[in-house]
Design a protein around this ligand. Structure first.
Ligand code: CA
Length: 227
């Protein structure tokens, strides 16, 4: 279980890191909104603890930006003020829950557990991006209601891109998670590029709105509009 803690106060951040590691969570700490945003668009987390008062882009801006990108990672907002307005704003912006500082650590852990559970239960057998739909049970894919025939590998690749939509997916992560290549003895970059090209022809060729984008030097991103 991987948790991103976004907190600029060193003491609080350290306490959260130690406490959560003690609960066997894998913890990553970021101290600014910008660095948190970068993490969230490039890596996977099971939950985010997000302080609202951050230097630079504040917590609410980051929350809004990741939700606009379609990133659905559960977010627990940490707010210093018992302000109704802050809480309502946080929940409206796409937070899943909030705790008011100072909080009891046991309560925080219970909230995180509930959040991660709910996040998993809410997983639907459908993955959707714009008018592209994938049914994970029937294994059918359609765009604009028109069926798309995919090979098993193309289906897995598209599923991975859909699950990470709005995030940059590197060739390394595709090799590891889709091709299950643990040791990179044979570089798969060409194989991956060929599959991406085929997927593009099937998914995007007949449509004005392109969904599969190349992020130069990094990898790919499934996103409605430009990445
Ligand atoms: Ca703060």
């Amino acid at each position: 279980m991987r948790i991103l803690v976004v907190e600029d106060e060193q003491k609080v951040a350290n306490a959260l890191r130690e406490g959560l590691q003690g609960e066997r969570y894998d913890v990553v700490v970021e101290r600014t909104g910008e660095s948190a945003f970068f993490r969230l668009t490039t890596e996977q987390f099971d939950a985010v603890l997000l302080d609202l008062g951050l230097p630079g882009r504040d917590g609410l801006e980051i929350l809004k930006a990741i939700r606009e990108r379609g990133i659905k990672t559960p977010v627990l907002v940490l707010t210093a003020r018992d302000s109704l307005q802050d809480r309502v704003l946080g929940l409206d912006t796409g937070a899943d829950d909030y705790v008011i500082k100072p909080f009891a650590f046991t309560e925080l852990v219970a909230r995180i557990r509930a959040l991660v559970r709910r996040g998993r239960a809410a997983e639907s057998p459908h993955l959707v991006a714009a008018d592209l739909e994938m049914n994970l049970i029937t294994r059918k894919v359609a765009r604009g209601g028109k069926p798309i025939e995919l090979t098993v590998r193309e289906f897995e690749l598209l599923e991975y891109l859909l699950r990470h939509q709005g995030q940059v997916v590197s060739r390394e992560s595709l090799a590891r998670d889709v091709w299950k290549e643990t040791a990179r003895t044979t570089p798969l970059d060409n194989v991956i590029d060929v599959h991406i090209a085929r997927l593009r022809r099937k998914v995007d060729a007949d449509h004005g709105t392109k969904l599969i984008h190349t992020v130069r030097g990094v990898g790919f991103m499934l996103h409605e509009g430009e990445p």
